[in-house]
Write a protein that binds this ligand. Structure first.
Ligand code: FMN
Length: 187
């Protein structure tokens, strides 16, 4: 990759790492799109939990009974959308999802889930179930681990767009075998 594009590439991963580390960073909240029933795109907000540049991986937590997991199980091709208004930076990530439950990865992350967040994984009925009395009921805390799932998204393609008054910068980064290749695009 040419040096000038390497700078954008490193800057992009740096921003993603900041999104994971800083709860106030714009990249903390990400739009995840999956392909749902009858091929309808299905979109929702999720929290960026971890980033690993070496394995091109972005990590998210969810309840394994949620609709998004059924969708990923039938089609693991997903898309992520990041936007940082202050930096006028948009990233569109295409990748493949790998699901982790009852393994070392899910156990490791589960240890760090905040007590107050455990409720997200211990509703008696799966997320999205219609409620008759308006309030969900919860299992005891032990059940949270059973429902907890880690979504690892391995990026294959990242469309980087930085808006600038003088000239916008758009670069397509694509993973070819083990190497990232870059192509400058018309914004
Ligand atoms: C600010 C915000 C952060 C959220 N973070 C997560 C998250 O990290 N994981 C998750 O599964 N759902 C998260 N949600 C809820 C999802 O957007 C979605 O409503 C829920 O996961 C059900 O989606 P599904 O039916 O497509 O599976 C978040 C919602 C908001 C508004």
């Amino acid at each position: 990759m040419p040096e000038e594009k390497e700078i954008f590439f490193d800057d992009m991963w740096g921003e993603l790492l900041r999104g994971k580390a800083d709860s106030k960073h714009a990249f903390r909240y990400v739009t995840l799109t999956t392909i749902g029933a009858e091929n309808w795109p299905s979109t929702r907000t999720v929290v960026l939990r971890d980033v690993d540049k070496e394995t091109q991986s972005l990590y998210f937590f969810t309840d394994k009974r949620s609709t998004k997991i059924k969708e990923i199980e039938s089609n693991n091709k997903v898309s992520l959308l990041f936007y940082n208004h202050k930096k006028k930076l948009q990233l569109r990530v295409s990748g493949k999802a790998v699901l982790h439950t009852d393994n070392k990865i899910s156990e490791q992350y589960f240890e760090h889930v905040r007590q107050t967040d455990l409720k997200d994984y211990r509703t008696i009925n799966p997320p999205g179930t219609a409620l008759s009395n308006g309030k969900p009921e919860y299992y005891n805390k032990e059940k949270a681990a059973e429902h907890f799932m880690v979504i690892q998204i391995k990026a294959k393609k990242i469309d980087y767009l930085k808006l600038d008054r003088e000239a916008h910068q758009r670069i397509l980064f694509e993973l070819n075998q083990e190497n990232w290749q870059s192509t400058t695009l018309v914004p």
